[in-house]
Design a protein around this ligand. Structure first.
Ligand code: KG4
Ligand code: ZN
Length: 353
């Protein structure tokens, strides 16, 4: 174990679980920080824009068309031939199954051709470990994972070891942003558009609910907020900017309240952990107003807020490669038979395959 901890791994990572075709090369050793040698992300936003959301069939086809060139570019920018990487990592789930299959199959082919081990990465674990890639923080820490498909509060005790404190009982927060954007006739993807519009609005002009605020536990709910926004927007009494600001503020209030509750649970479970890290990861963590509110909460509660830079919060392959580094270090390699999974909750696998 001790000798493994000192070994530096160089890993090629592939990400294809949603609408980004991405490949990256990362070098490092746990607990980080790691070195990003290349990080190539090709967004499919233009392909999906006309449909107002990601179309799985179009996404899978676009991944097939570009993955080879993206991998070549990632290796070229890193200045490494495939022979010089220690392992090939790819998202094996959760995500849109067609896209996951493209990335995982490509990784298997590269692993086989290059004689390299394969690491089948859980996309959520990759988001969860990104703060170690960027800042080298130690376990345990509290994680708020806020993305298009997920909204969870977890204690991260180690690679593959998570303790769930709260989750959404309906929509994920990114999904709520995307649906709110549709209601306000903003183009896909909605999160950044709502954030920009909210900056010009006044949240106090519009009253929206704060679902589950103050409730026991640390679960979330956003469906009622979205419905309330739809009803108020239909009355056409308020400016879009005020509606966007009110929506974002309601989300912030809920995220802060639920995170505060989870901080209490974390402090109870890990009393020896002084000034623990509070990591905010996933695409929605790119939202500045949300980041500022959560940083202020962390300061008040004795936690150290860690929010990766926006390009590493939204989907990327550097986080997949880093999760690969962490798993290589523990000898957690996968067989070439590793199956793609549409659903793969973080708490389903404790350590390794
Ligand atoms: O993590 P991510 O890139 O993909 C998933 O794994 O889901 O997250 C994408 C989500 C989308 O719902 C997008 O609208 C949201 O993150 N998002 C934002 C912002 N940037 C991206 N939501 C709010 N504010 C933002 N600035
Ligand atoms: Zn993601």
């Amino acid at each position: 174990m001790a000798s493994r901890a000192l070994r530096i791994f160089t890993v090629l990572g592939l990400e294809t679980s949603c609408d980004e075709t991405a490949a990256a090369v990362v070098r490092g050793t746990a607990p980080g920080p790691g070195e990003i040698l290349s990080n190539v992300v090709l967004s499919q936003i233009e392909e999906h824009r006309a449909y107002g959301g990601v179309v799985p069939e179009i996404a899978a086809r676009a991944h097939v068309e570009s993955i080879d060139a993206i991998v070549e570019q990632a290796l070229a920018e890193a200045g490494l031939p495939l022979g010089d990487v220690d392992a090939v990592a790819a998202t094996a789930g959760p995500g849109l199954i067609g896209g996951v299959m493209v990335g995982l199959m490509t990784a298997k082919a590269l692993a086989l051709a290059g004689g390299k081990p394969l690491v089948a990465v859980n996309h959520l674990e990759a988001h969860a470990l990104t703060a170690r890639l960027t800042e080298g923080i130690g376990f345990p820490y509290l994680l708020l994972l806020i993305s298009g498909g997920h909204c969870q509060l977890l204690a991260v005790e180690g690679v593959g070891r998570f303790r769930l404190y709260g989750t959404t009982i309906d929509d994920a927060v990114g999904e709520a942003f995307d649906k709110a954007a549709k209601i306000l006739a903003l183009p896909y993807p909605g999160g950044p558009k709502i954030e920009a519009l909210a900056r010009q609005g006044d949240a106090k002009r519009v009253a929206l609910p704060r679902p589950l605020l103050g409730r026991e536990g640390a679960d979330f709910s956003f469906a009622g907020l979205k419905t309330a926004l739809r009803q108020i927007a239909a009355r056409k009494e308020f400016a879009g900017a005020d509606l966007a600001a009110a929506f974002q503020q309601a989300v912030i209030d809920v995220l802060v309240d639920r995170s505060r509750a989870a901080m209490k649970m974390f402090s109870r479970d890990f009393p020896e952990s002084a000034s623990p890290a509070f990591v905010v990861a996933g695409g929605v963590a790119a939202n500045r107003a949300i980041g500022e509110a959560l940083s202020a909460l962390a300061r008040a509660q004795g936690f150290a807020a860690k929010i990766p830079p926006p390009g590493l919060c939204t989907d990327n392959a550097a986080m997949i490669a880093w999760a690969g580094v962490e798993r290589c270090q523990l000898g957690l390699f996968d067989m070439l038979a590793a199956a793609p999974k549409a659903r793969w909750p973080l708490t389903a696998r404790l350590a390794g395959p």
